[in-house]
Design a protein around this ligand. Sequence first.
Ligand SMILES: [Zn+2]
Length: 589
Amino acid sequence: MYIPEEKISEILNTSDIVDVISESVILKKSGRNFFGLCPFHSEKTPSFSVNANKQIFHCFGCSAGGNVLSYVMKYHGISFPEAAKMLAFKHNITIEAQIDSPAKKKEYQIKESLFRLNKTVMGFFFDELKSSKQGETARKYLINRGISDDTIEQFKLGFSSDNWDVIVKVLKELKISRKVAVQSGLVLERKQKSGYYDRFRNRIMFPIFDINMQVAGFGGRVMDDSMPKYMNSPETPVYNKSRILYGLHASKQHCRQEGLVYIVEGYFDFLSLYQHGIKNTVASLGTALTSDHVRILKGYAPKMILVFDSDAAGINAAKRSIKIFMKEGVDTRILVLPEGNDPDSYVVKHGQEAFNELALNAKTVMQFLLQVSIDTHGLSVEGRIRILEDMRQHLILIQDSALRSLYVKELAETLNIDEKAVLEKVRELYLNHPEKRSSLMNDKKDEDVLESDRREEQIISIMLNYPEIIDEIVNTDVLDYFYSEKLKRIGKKILRVDPKKEAFITTVMAKIEKNEDQELIASYAMNDFFLEEDIHQKALSLINRIIRVRKKQENTLTSKIICAEKGCDSDLMELLKQKQAEIRQLHDQ
Ligand SMILES: [Zn+2]
C-alpha cells in the first residue's frame, strides 16, 4: 500500500510528537527537550528524549529514535501505512490508499481475500464448537483442560468436524475461487480423483492472529492420541511462520508493561498461562524460533524467559533456541519446569504466584548450558574435562569481555579447576577462530580514524539542524571524501530533500526506510552541541578539514604503493594494500 507523499507531509505537519508520545510516556520538560522513561528498554532514570522543535525522539540508552511515524510504528508494532492511517484518522485527514504497481495491487488483493476467507472460516469453526452436535466432544475436551468460556471467546477457538468436505462446501457457497481456496491451505486437492478435501478434520481449531488482529492461519489439535497431534496451516501469502508468534496480538501491551515476555511452545501452554493472569506470554508453536521472532519481541520487552518441559525434547529445544538469542544480544533466561510438568499443567496445579516465583529463579543461558553439560558428563575428572570443552565453545560467543570473565570464574569454581587454566583454554579456542580473532584485533580504533568519524558525524548533524548550509555540502562534494560509507549514504539521502522544506528533519526521516538509519538520524539531529558557535564558519572549517585529511592520506598511501610497485617490494605492497583496506573497514563499522 502506498500513501502519497503530500499526505505524509500533512500528517507530519499536523501531528505533534509531544502530544502523541505523551499518550504512552510521562514526559517532563528539561531544557530544550522533554524527558521520560523509555518505552523501548527498561530503565529507572529517564534517557528517552523528545524535541518539540525538531519533532523527533531519541533514547540515549537504547538508541531508539525517529519521527512521530516511527514512534507509532515501533510502539504499536505496526507497519508504516498503518501508522500513517492511525495518525491521519486522529487528525481527520482522509487518505486514500494508492497501490503503486499492478503486481503490488494483485498481491494486496490476494492478501485481502485470504484474510477475509480466514475470518469467515474462523467464525464457522467457532459456531461448530459452540453449537454443533459433533462439537460436543470438543466442548467437553476444553472443559477438561480447564479452558474457560471467556478464553474460548477471546481467542475464538473452534472445532473442525470429521467430515471431509465441510470447508470445501463452505468455500463453494461463498463462491471462493479454487485458486484462493487452495492458497489458503484450508483445502487440499485430491490426488487420485478430481475435487478437494478439508485439511483440518476432527480437531480443536486455534486461529492464529497476526499483530493487527487479522487471521493469518490456523492450528488444529486432535483430542485423542492420533497423529499428528498438531497441524498448522502451511505458509501462505498472509502466514509467515518465521514472523508470527501465537498470542502476541493479545499479549503485546502486557509484555511492554512487564518488560518481560515468556516464550512457551504450545497453544494450551499459552492459553493456560494467559488465563491464569500471566498475560505477557507468546507461543512459538513448535516451529524453531528465528531471529525475526526475537527481533519482533525485542520491540515489546527487553527480557525474555524461555519456558521448557524438563524432558529431553524440551532441553534440546532450549539448546537449539539459545544461539539465536545470544546472537541477538537479548537478556534471556531459561526456565526448565520441575520434572513431569509443562507450563499448562504447572500453572493449573500451582497457580500464577507459584509460576512467577519459579520464574524468578530462571537460569541464565550459561548456567543452563552448564547444568545440561554436568547432567550429561557427570563431575568425574573425565567428565569435568568434557564439560570444559563444551563450555568453552559457548563462552567464546559472548561479546562482552567483562561478562565472559565472570562466567569463566563461575565455571572454574563449579569444576574446581584453576581459573587461569580455564581462561587459557578459552583463549586458545578464541585464537583458532579466525572470525573471533579479527573482532578482537579490531577492538581498538585508530585515533585518527576516530577524529575523522567525529568530523563526519558533525557534518551530518549540521546538515540536519541547519539545512541552509546544504549548498556548501553540494558545492564542495564533501560527502565523497567521507571515510564512513554509512555516513556518506545518510548524507546523500539528506541531499534528496529540499532544504527549504518545512519540518526538514522529519521529512528526511520519512524518506528513510531502514529503521537503523532513522535511529542514527534522530541521534545526529539531537546533537546540537555547536549551537552557540557561528555555524557557517564551523561547517566550512569541518568541510575543509575532511577534504584535506582524506587527500593527504590517500596521497601518502598511494605514493608509497606506487613506489613499492616500482621497486617490486611485494611484501611492503601487500601490507600497504591491507592497511588501506583496513582503514576503510574501520570507518564503515
Ligand atoms: Zn530506550
